[in-house]
Design a protein around this ligand. Sequence first.
Ligand code: GLY
Length: 394
Amino acid sequence: MTQVLPTMLPVVLPHDLRVDPAFAGVATRAWATAAAKVDALTERHPDAFPLYTRGGRWVVDGEAWTNWCEGFLGGQLWMLSERAGDAAARDRFRAKAEHYSTLIEHRTADDTVHDLGFLFWSTYRRWYELTGDPRLNDVLVAAGRTTASRYRPVGGYMPSFRRPDSLFIDIMMNIHLALYAAAQTGDEDLARVAVQHCLTTRRHLVRGDGSASHEAMFDLATGRFVAQTTQQGWSDAGSWARGQAWALYGFGTVYRFTGDRRFLATAQATADFWVERTRTALVPPNDWEEPDPPRPWESSAAAAAAGGLWQLAGLVQDPARSRVYADHAVRTVLALGDPQFLADPDEDWEGVLKHGVYHERKDLGVDESVMWGDYWFLDAVDSIERYAGRRPAD
Ligand code: GLY
């Protein structure tokens, strides 16, 4: 049986890796833009958690499909609180970070969604790392237990919020919360169901060429796999770019919690598919299989993939492979740092990163800023910056 490790495997990059000098300028602009946009949003719409913009303006109380994003604003505030230029700004962001985290604490018991990792790892985990306050760790453990409570033994997976017979690739970005809770409490049942979920996902959502399906459907009575489908991609047999990013990032994270090399292999297979598909156009469309996509970009997928590739670069043993992933991560961040994508602090556009997509079929947040795109972009910048020496390492 796969054991859960007492601590996460560290991300260790090759010692001679050099980050493109252009990265420093992009990082500076990214933080300046994020500080301006997040400050403006939290002043203009206090306590609101918008998911996407319309015409560049945050949509407050708009249609959401599912509540999965309430950690990404607090997560940005935590990052800003550690790096704002002056002490007054740092204090202001810190107070807001605590406030926006506390606003979602009641969600630890929300067993109607599959996304508690998105909510709590981006907020309470950052808060706990800074303070070591055990009460904050209790929140993480409670959310991890709720995540695991969704497990269906018949089928061996935690279902998506949509239906009990539906499994999403997105859950790979959340399942580590259950592994974390298992490591903190020594609860082997938690570990067992979380690992089984990952094995089921690996078997039924990751294809032979390394592409990820968005959704798998199961027979509820027997647990038998029925078909691969999609909600946000172009077609059931398509390759939804954000799902690919969730796969390569999520399987890498699960490897860090378990040391199980099957998950590292899956992270690499999905990362290799990403690298191959983005060799020329670093920012993908919403789905690579869509013929002549009307919009060429889904920037939030690129932002998440950059962070996931950077993490993977610090997990693989082969230095050559590590350089490929690290180089691709940095080049992706540089592409997103182009003014075409990265908003200017002073312009009217209210988000950080332009040209993201939430849900094409529902026409929600299409070619707009999306809250998770802004968060994962800053997360990637933060991780690379720690390595590049501008910030203390993990
Ligand atoms: N359903 C989560 C996402 O849009 O990635």
